[in-house]
Design a protein around this ligand. Sequence first.
Ligand SMILES: Nc1ncnc2c1ncn2[C@@H]1O[C@H](COP(=O)(O)OP(=O)(O)OP(=O)(O)O)[C@@H](O)[C@H]1O
Ligand SMILES: [Mg+2]
Length: 322
Amino acid sequence: MPVVVEAQNLQKYYNGFQAVAGIDFKIQKGQCFGILGPNGAGKTTVVAMIYCFHPVSGGKLTVFGNDVNNDPRTIKKRLGVVPQENNLDLELSVRENLLIYASYYGIKRDVAEKRARELLYFFGLSAKADQEVDKISGGMKRRLTIARGLIHTPDLLILDEPTTGLDPQSRRLIWEHLRQLKKNGLTLILTTHYLEEASHLCDDLIIMDRGVILDEGKPGDLIKKQVGTKVVEVDLEPAQRNALINSMDTLISGYQMAESTIYLFIPEDETKVMKALNNSNFAHTYQVRPANLEDVFLKLTGRGLSYEEDAGYESSSYAKTL
Ligand SMILES: Nc1ncnc2c1ncn2[C@@H]1O[C@H](COP(=O)(O)OP(=O)(O)OP(=O)(O)O)[C@@H](O)[C@H]1O
Ligand SMILES: [Mg+2]
């Protein structure tokens, strides 16, 4: 597979502050590549260097085989960007937002109108074409921003947290569209702090924290390697926790303690752990579930999963965040 983006020892400093600390990765054509991490991990900084907005401070970054330092114009023409913050023109209509962007790329009016029509249809926005952007929903604004990023038929689409702050239904709809785009052969780079989003969409991902890559790989492989197949969540008195861990010995591949729960990581078969728990004298309750990316992050960082923003959706098990 041809490589679309390659970073070697990529670094970024903001006035002496190291936001990206020398990272390496490769993104192949046709992939959905995920950059996963909590607030301040460096996700936006990395993608902004790829779309030639922030200059690189050190190392090497090539996009479509061109160095971002030498050839940003060629690179920019071939990629579309969906920025983290909505920056649509609120006073213009939905259609006009697309047409004005097409004009920046020098696309002829008739070609632009046809393309806008197709994109509005694809994103389910045809009925809103003449509506002022100010008047459409948050989910629609996000879909329009993605459509705008595709107006010049780019080879690579960069999405910086495309679904942050959206309700679960709008989020799922965007996932469907992104999956379809990938099926059509588009290469996608997606930053997110939604673990389920990364699991659903990404072929390969890097988990970043504080400017470094903690691990990388396919979501399933990462889970298997870092955690195993199952997790047993045990609620237990703090005083009894160490004794429980010691009693598990080789039955578990690792564990994490959270406020009121111990997460036991199971390499393959949970039955022995369940037996040991059932036969123990500890006062506890437990549940078994498949291991997921959230466990990977917890294991890698040892930190909790709360995310200050989007508190409204945090309690739902659907939209678990880092
Ligand atoms: N323009 C800037 N000037 C100075 N520091 C910056 C600038 N942009 C980002 N930073 C800092 O660099 C670090 C990485 O920020 P970045 O925006 O890349 O993180 P992020 O992973 O995208 O976070 P979020 O999930 O909040 O969007 C943070 O510590 C941030 O404060
Ligand atoms: Mg960001």
